[in-house]
Design a protein around this ligand. Structure first.
Ligand code: SAH
Ligand code: SF4
Length: 373
């Protein structure tokens, strides 16, 4: 299998230039500079950020602290609409909702909102498509279309927060509590936009949504230089590493980027992340029948993880259309869990929330069942 081209440019290729700039693309200081460059007093940036992140108010006519005649033009310049809802599909009695978004250039991405008894989680996309080429993943099959801007990623989250606040999910108004970067794309291959988004999520009002870092999960295929860079940020977000097998031989084919960074290096980077942030990390493991679900692999995984501060999430494979692979048998899954537990490794099997509305993107059902912290 050929090694996929890895876009490790920590800034941005050509297409981003065409995406309209949004307040969410900038740091709070830059926002004030941008306001000044538009001929506005700097405090207008803070007012608009408050409307955007705290009030989730997308109608500028409600921005009563800004003169009426200025509202629309300020909104056009600082909070242009970057994502347009194409359609929503729901299941689980409306508790799971998948939204399909069209970006300004017609590119389509998805996000999934899931309400549980104790929390509401949104699963967002960081890229349109993905260049990593994992053969079991629907997004990987299509290749990378482009990176999303921080504004485009943040808009998915703010839209989800609005749906919750407006009481659009059954059960009445709620607060968006968890964010997982497990939709389309490899977050660490779009590093700067993802880190800007993390700040937008974590920063307290008026600069961001004020959601705790520990409620945010960044899932990576294992880009070691990206994990190292994220470690330096010192943000206590949860790291999830998509391992899928404990041996390099199989991982070279399931996760082609393994030809560049081997399992040992990926786990060492995750350990360093854990050491710096104090956060236990997750190991994602898609259970593929007769491919990676044998007892000996569970045994090897147990030995690999027994002295690490890691938690295993087993995800029953959601077969992509035409795939020769399918999910593991229940008994094999149970045996896999039993062996891991024998090593004292915490393990959960994810539920398959939203599976029936997962047609277009084979991975968005990868929703956590159990909190990983
Ligand atoms: N690119 C990142 C994040 C997006 S994928 C990553 O790979 O981690 C989110 C999770 O869904 C990953 O663990 C990925 O391996 C898993 N996944 C992808 N396709 C899947 C499928 N068909 N069935 C089950 N899980 C899948
Ligand atoms: Fe990309 Fe993740 Fe899919 Fe692999 S599993 S192709 S890294 S989105």
């Amino acid at each position: 299998m050929s090694i996929p081209e890895v876009n490790l440019v920590f800034d941005e290729p050509v297409q981003r230039k065409k995406v309209p700039k949004h307040l969410a693309d900038y740091s709070p200081e830059e926002r004030r500079e941008v306001a000044k460059a538009l001929g506005l007093p700097a405090f207008r940036a803070t007012q608009v950020a408050t409307h955007y992140f705290s009030h989730l108010a997308d109608d500028p006519q409600t921005w009563s602290d800004i003169p009426a005649e200025m509202r629309q033009s300020i909104a056009d310049q600082l909070t242009p609409k970057l994502i347009e809802l194409v359609r929503s599909v729901t299941c689980d009695n409306g508790m799971t909702r998948k939204d399909l978004w069209k970006l300004h250039d017609g590119t389509l991405v998805e996000s999934v909102l899931m309400r549980y008894t104790d929390r509401v989680t949104v699963c967002i996309s960081s890229q349109a498509g993905c260049g990593m080429g994992c053969p079991f993943c629907a997004t990987g099959q299509a290749g990378l279309t482009r990176n999303l801007s921080a504004g485009e990623i943040t808009e998915q989250i703010v839209a989800a927060a609005r749906v919750c606040a407006n009481g659009e999910l059954p059960g009445g108004p709620a607060r968006l509590s968890n964010i997982v970067f497990m939709g389309m794309g490899e977050p660490l291959a779009n590093y700067n936009a993802v880190v800007r988004t993390l700040h937008n999520i974590i920063d307290p009002a008026p600069d961001g949504l004020g959601i705790s870092a520990r409620s945010v999960t960044v899932s990576t295929v294992g880009l070691v230089n990206g994990i190292e860079k994220l470690t330096e940020e010192g943000l206590a977000v949860t790291l999830a590493v998509s391992l899928h097998t404990p041996d390099d031989e199989l991982r070279d084919t399931l996760v082609p980027i393994n030809s560049r960074w081997k399992i040992k290096e990926v786990l060492a980077a995750a350990d360093a992340y854990e050491k710096r942030t104090g956060r236990r990390y997750s190991i994602e493991y898609a259970m593929i029948r007769d491919i990676n679900d044998q007892s000996w692999r569970s045994d090897l995984l147990g030995r690999l993880l027994k002295n690490r501060n890691a938690h295993v999430n087993l995800i029953p494979l959601n077969p992509t259309p035409g795939s020769k692979w399918t999910a593991s048998r229940r008994e094999d899954e149970a045996e896999f869990v039993r062996i891991l537990e024998g090593y004292g490794v915490p393990v959960t099997v994810r539920d398959t929330r939203g599976r029936e509305i997962d047609g277009a993107c084979g991975q968005l059902a990868a929703a956590e069942k159990t909190r990983t912290d």
